[in-house]
Design a protein around this ligand. Structure first.
Ligand code: NAD
Length: 412
């Protein structure tokens, strides 16, 4: 048996419960000793699925639970305060996406972690889903030639101004850094008939946003995002990405026909995504994802021996694989001193692109080139909203920020 790390899960709403399910399959690495949530309803629901001690207050949690690691799955504007408090107690972190909404909040986390010498992994699951790992391997093997552009179709539930997931996928396939990227974006708002937020409450307008990213390496990224794609009005729309190269096309994502299209002897040949599965305890475990090219290109599921649940039965985008990968990256970093695989530096780039998209849209599509300069109006609005909503300085004492109840989806 390896050394198990004592983990506390902070925030047991929608995403926290997904981590709870994945953690149950990673008992070899982690001992879930505490959950923390001021919502009695969410804490009680989570407590039914584990043996952990329940805390309502993060100050109490860090004061008594002797954690090695904490998972922060609370609303985005709370991440930095909780991270600052955790770092003070020498606790390593997995922080959900976005790392934090603004650059000042991300600096807050980075500085606190550096001072305390704690590791921070970020739960960016997009690039970690199996079909994207396989497609990246196909791209690296030259199977679609030189990449020209990646086009993403995305939606972010109740957050039409958040673009970190598609930015992550575009950067991943573009093989590009955010610095030097020129962003142009605009958005159109329309009143529509049926639009519910991610708590099922009616909202309007629908926000349709279009972003064009010119990466410094000559690859282009395009993101089309519509706030209704997750709701009943347009639910059947794929959340997917296509990558076009000089000699073919890759398609990957949820509700997409995942495949490699290639030009061979001047003819299009289509290789559908193939998933090898193994039966375990009456359940199907995906072991390998491949395209049957010659030679075959494949990505083996590194989590196949762990009893994680594979929540989504849509082969190719199993999110449990992504979460297990995030957790094992943090485990390796903490126990061996290695760097985490993604972490603050990458998460910052994806969120900075998201901020730039908001800034260019505000300017009616004018180009915005990274790095960004001083605080943008969008960031200032985040800080102002924080002050007026939560009654404290967003960049103040971590204990005060972390002790705020940031609410839960559907609670107001
Ligand atoms: N990576 C992904 O694909 C993905 C998907 C969904 C959500 N997320 C992220 O996960 C985080 C949580 O989102 P969610 O959808 O689970 O929201 P949620 O509202 O369902 O859950 C948030 C929970 O945090 C609790 N909370 C609020 N303030 C707290 C505090 N000070 N201390 C401890 N707990 C507190 C709430 O009571 C609630 O139970 C967000 O950052 C979100 O962006 C990521």
């Amino acid at each position: 048996m390896r050394d198990r790390l004592r983990v506390g899960l902070i925030g047991v709403g929608h995403r926290g419960r997904a981590h709870l399910a994945t953690l149950a399959g990673l008992e070899e690495l982690f001992d879930l000793v505490a959950i923390c949530d001021p919502s009695a309803r969410n804490a009680e629901t989570a407590a039914r699925h584990c043996q952990a001690t329940v805390y309502a207050d993060p100050l109490e949690l860090f004061g008594s639970a002797r954690l090695d690691v904490a998972i922060i799955a609370t609303p985005p504007e709370s991440h930095h305060g909780l991270a600052g408090l955790a770092a003070r107690h020498g606790v390593h972190l997995l922080i959900e996406t976005p790392l934090a909404p603004t650059r000042a909040m991300m600096d807050y986390i980075e500085n606190a972690a550096a001072r305390a010498g704690v590791k921070v992994e970020v739960g960016e699951n997009s690039w970690r889903q199996p079909v994207h790992r396989l497609n990246r391997a196909a791209l690296d093997a030259g199977l679609i030639g030189r990449p020209l552009r990646a086009t993403c179709f995305y939606e972010m539930g109740g957050h039409p101004d958040m673009f970190y997931h598609p930015s992550n996928l575009l950067r991943y396939y573009g093989g590009a850094a955010a610095a030097g990227t020129e962003v142009r974006a605009f958005e159109i708002r329309s009143q529509v008939d049926l639009l519910l937020d991610d708590s099922g409450r009616p909202v309007n307008p629908e926000v349709w946003s279009q972003a064009f990213l010119a990466f410094p390496n000559g690859v282009y990224g395009i993101n089309t995002q519509v706030s209704t794609w997750s709701g009943p009005l347009r639910r059947s729309h794929p959340r997917s990405i296509t990558v076009e190269g000089t000699g073919g096309l890759l398609v990957g994502g949820r509700r997409a026909v995942n495949a490699l299209h290639r030009l061979e002897h001047q003819r299009e040949v289509i290789y559908p995504l193939k998933v090898d599965v193994r039966e375990r305890d009456g359940r199907h475990v995906p072991t390998r994802y491949s395209y049957e090219t010659d030679p075959r290109v494949e990505w083996a599921n590194p989590c196949a021996d762990w009893p994680i649940p594979y929540g989504e039965a849509t082969f190719g985008v199993e999110d449990d694989v992504a979460r297990a990968d995030e957790l094992s990256s943090l485990y390796k970093a903490v126990t061996s001193g290695m760097p985490v695989v993604y972490g603050i530096a990458d998460a910052r780039q994806d969120q900075e692109l998201s901020i730039a998209i908001n800034e260019s849209a505000r300017l009616g599509g004018q180009p915005v080139t990274l790095p960004l300069g001083s605080e943008t109006p969008w960031e200032r609005a985040q800080h102002d909203a924080f002050r007026s909503k939560w009654g404290c300085d967003p960049l103040g004492e971590p204990g005060t920020v972390a002790g705020t109840n940031f609410g839960a989806r559907g609670s107001s």
